[in-house]
Design a protein around this ligand. Structure first.
Ligand code: PLP
Length: 356
């Protein structure tokens, strides 16, 4: 794929690396390419990050035909910049695109676009401990038409923003509310995709949880509201009596997290039994009360791992591991971040340099 480059006359000033937050500062450039029926993908370009003009009748504004991905570029101690399993994001975006009736992007073009943009934005990849460059590829229907159908035109864009350390003072357990009324996904729906509509539908549950003093929502299955599925933008794992439990990702309701997959590979290598199975909220709370629920943690690109210190389901409440980060949670965090930032050897071949 050939990529045209349009230079910005003046570059932006870079923000303070100690105060980056999440998603606040956009870099200088973005990758853009267009798709048109009969023509396919064309005009790949890296251009200044700036507002784009779209018609008010644009399909995405009415029917939410949109998919996205989330990934990071990491600067190692030697200054090298690397990505973590980018081909997994490419594959997952195509699974989302298939479900939303949007065109696929060849995996190698997706990875090339990300690498080329990060190369141009090299100076934006921060070097402070645990900071990174967050990368957001997304695609949407641009056709101006109010008919509900597969659109004839799409745009694929990649933007990036430097993000701060998620845990500046060490891993920090969160309180989670099990949502017993609203649902996120049902079999046959779009739960397994990263499509914008899934997240719009989840905000109400999030607000409800926050009002009650909880950080995140744990969603139950949409049909019976019995089995634990996942958290807002994280998969979730439970260590019960020495074994790991997490919801299966092959039934269409749970997002197949790349962090989840990586953690499972590490856990199995360390000899843990990982059960990708349905766990009922009743068995979960019971384990919390009888002392067999040892650790609970969320997994996702943004936080890597998020220890859970408290779970609430209706009027029932359990505190996990005295509200402290568990030993295994910490070991998983140290190992995965060690590989991502190049501090420990990557024996899985998960990382790839942006110039490879
Ligand atoms: C992105 C996301 C995850 C985590 O996926 P990663 O690839 O690990 O970042 C989990 N659940 C949902 C709903 C998500 O949107």
């Amino acid at each position: 794929m050939e990529i045209r480059f349009e230079k910005r006359p003046v570059l932006k000033e870079k923000p303070d690396q100690k105060n980056l937050g999440f998603g606040k500062y956009m870099t200088d450039y973005m990758f853009v390419m267009d798709w048109k029926k009969g023509e396919g993908w064309h005009d790949a370009r890296i251009v200044p990050h700036e507002p784009i003009a779209i018609d008010p009748a644009c399909v995405v504004l009415h029917y939410a035909q949109e998919t996205f991905e989330g990934m990071k570029a990491y600067r190692t101690e030697s200054g090298k910049i690397q990505l973590f399993r980018p081909e997994m994001n490419a594959r997952r975006m195509n699974r989302s695109n298939d479900r939303l009736c949007m065109p696929e992007i060849p995996e190698e073009d997706f990875v090339q676009a990300v690498k080329a943009l990060v190369k141009v934005e090299e100076d934006w990849v921060p070097s402070e401990k645990d900071t990174s460059l967050y990368i957001r590829p997304f695609m949407f229907a641009t056709e101006a038409s109010l008919g509900v159908h597969m659109a004839s035109a799409y745009k694929f864009i990649v933007i990036c923003c430097p993000v701060g350390a998620y845990y500046p003072t060490g891993l920090d357990p969160v309180k989670i509310l099990v949502e017993d009324e609203l649902v996120r996904a049902v079999k046959g729906g779009t739960g397994f995709t990263k499509c914008g509509g899934n997240y719009a539908g989840s905000i109400l549950g999030q607000i409800k949880a926050e009002k009650m003093g909880y950080t995140q929502v744990l969603w139950l299955d949409g049909e019976t509201r019995t089995y634990v599925e996942e958290v807002g933008t994280m998969n979730i794992m439970f260590k019960i009596a020495g074994e790991i439990y997490t919801a299966p990702v092959d039934e269409g309701t749970v997002l197949a997290g790349i962090t989840r997959d990586s953690m499972i590979q590490l856990l199995r290598k360390w000899g843990y039994k990982v059960n990708e199975t349905h766990l009922s909220v009743h068995d979960l709370m019971k384990a919390g009360h009888d002392g067999t629920l040892e650790e609970v943690f969320g997994t996702g690109t943004a936080a890597v791992i998020s220890p859970v210190g408290e779970l609430r389901y209706k009027d029932d409440e359990v505190i996990i591991n005295d509200f402290k980060t568990g030993e295994l949670t910490q070991k998983l965090y140290d190992t995965l971040t060690g590989i991502q930032w190049g501090r420990i050897e990557d024996e899985f071949g998960w990382t790839t340099g942006i110039e490879e």
